[in-house]
Design a protein around this ligand. Structure first.
Ligand code: DGP
Length: 114
């Protein structure tokens, strides 16, 4: 359930340092190395999945844990408003091919995104 070449799998297995924010049975949350907002946390599954494109009803528990973590992180960080984003594919801005959700907050945001 891990890709030996994957950066985020290395973070899960503590082979690369990260600033951990929170954790559940199946998911991990840590601060983005290149923050795009005052709060910028990444939530990832501990098992390797490439993107949300792979998610099915079989991942229901994982999806629930990720969304609970997002809400808990937003609350802990004092965010009333925040953005939860998952880029799918390089054309949409995905640069790390291990499923992740960005939790972004602490500044005003425009729509549509660039
Ligand atoms: P995306 O472009 O949607 O695939 O987001 C990938 C994010 O991962 C990007 O915002 C930067 C972040 N990132 C890349 N390498 C590292 C790393 O080694 N540590 C941490 N904490 N974040 C990383």
């Amino acid at each position: 359930m891990r890709d030996p070449e994957c950066l985020f799998c290395k973070i899960v297995h503590k082979e690369i340092d990260s600033t951990l924010v929170s954790e559940s049975e199946r998911a991990l949350a840590f601060r983005d190395i290149n923050p795009a907002a005052p709060t910028h946390v990444l939530i990832i599954p501990k098992d390797h999945l490439v993107s949300v494109r792979e998610l099915t009803t079989a991942h229901g528990e994982l999806i629930g844990e990720i969304f609970e973590l997002a809400a808990q992180i937003a609350s802990d960080e004092g965010l009333e408003d925040y953005r939860l984003v998952s880029n799918v594919g390089p054309g949409a801005g995905q640069s790390v091919f291990h499923l992740h959700f960005h939790v972004l907050g602490g500044r005003s945001m425009s729509w549509p995104p660039g």
